[in-house]
Design a protein. Structure first.
Length: 325
């Protein structure tokens, strides 16, 4: 059974417990600004295997490796000018850069699913300090059973994986609420592999050009979050709903008019004011709350595709996708 450490009131104890667990090659649940991560030594095959085992994660799905700063990132990956420019602009923050592995990189192939590239990110806050103290990158997918709703609080992690972990660091609710945006720069441009907590428009303002959305859901897996079915509650998910059926839960956005909403077993709104940043922060916790109602289906009202709406819709489409048997 996991022990929870509050990183505000138990900072030293939290750091010591996390470092001790990481030293034993055990995964630790850590808060980041995006979602809670299940972190372990990215250079240790035993530690990485333990992440896969505890999550039930397919081993062809690569892991993001978290580093303390750009200098550490460049020890493991090769950055072109555009990737370095993006790192300087947005790190620490919700941006993952997929770059070629540096020859002799100590990141183990289990973390990269055998690919010649690696996804690197610098998280903000306590996670970055932990990595700096540990001195090695941490592979850290979301701290939940694979394919299920990502955790945005320590309680979410405890409810799902508490019996499998010894250490959970509690940093309160996450600020961004969806995973990082993932991009890859090559000779043909900057490619969006996964929309996330940093808007494409912000990236385009730095690179002075368009981000290419040319990766289909049937493309080869080269970054986390590219599986067609992901972030799924137990209930079915129905998108772009303008009417509610008897027995469904309703998740609205911006107080839209949804016909027969009085038939819903429960009603939620990602952001009553229509604020996409607030909606992103509330997305996973609202999906969990709707799922706990026991509704057979969750009807979700339309969410605009602008700004962070792109990431919200990506997660919702994957939550609604057909699931493997």
């Amino acid at each position: 059974m996991a022990t929870l450490y509050n990183i505000e009131t138990q900072s030293d104890a939290a750091m010591d417990a996390a470092l001790a667990a990481l030293g034993r090659e055990e995964p630790v649940a850590i808060p980041t600004e995006t979602v809670y991560g299940l972190a372990a030594d990215a250079t240790s095959p035993y530690a990485i295997s333990s992440i896969y085992e505890k999550k039930g994660r397919p081993r062809f799905n690569p892991l993001i490796c978290h580093v303390s700063d750009l200098a550490m990132a460049e020890e493991y990956g090769e950055f072109d000018a555009v990737s370095r420019k993006l790192a300087l602009a947005f790190w620490p923050g919700p941006l993952t850069l997929v770059v070629p592995l540096k020859p002799g990189s100590a990141i183990h192939p289990l973390a990269t699913a055998g690919l010649s590239t690696v996804g690197l990110r610098v998280p903000a806050g306590f996670a970055g300090k932990l990595i700096a103290r540990f001195g090695k990158p941490l592979a850290a997918p979301s701290a939940n059973t694979s394919g299920r709703i990502s955790p945005t609080s320590a309680i979410d992690v405890e409810d799902d994986l508490g019996q499998k972990l010894r250490v959970i660091l509690d940093g309160g609710p996450t600020k961004v609420g969806v995973e990082s945006t993932i991009v890859k720069s090559d000779e043909s441009g900057v490619h969006l592999l996964r929309p996330g907590g940093l808007s494409v428009e912000d990236i385009e303002s730095v690179i002075g050009g368009r981000v290419l959305r040319d990766v289909s859901q049937t493309a080869a897996i080269e970054a986390p979050g590219m599986l067609a079915s992901h972030y799924a509650p137990d209930a079915k998910v129905r998108l772009n709903a303008n009417r509610v059926s008897l027995g469904e839960a309703l998740i609205n956005f911006g107080g839209q008019t949804v016909l027969d909403s009085d038939k819903a077993v429960a009603r939620f709104d990602l952001s009553a004011s229509g604020n996409l940043r607030e909606a992103a922060a509330n997305l996973f916790s609202t999906l969990r709350a709707a799922d706990r109602t026991g509704a057979f289906s969750i009807a979700i009202a339309p969410v605009p595709m602008t700004g962070l709406g792109e990431a919200i819709n990506d997660r919702l489409m994957r939550a609604a996708a057909p699931r493997g048997k």
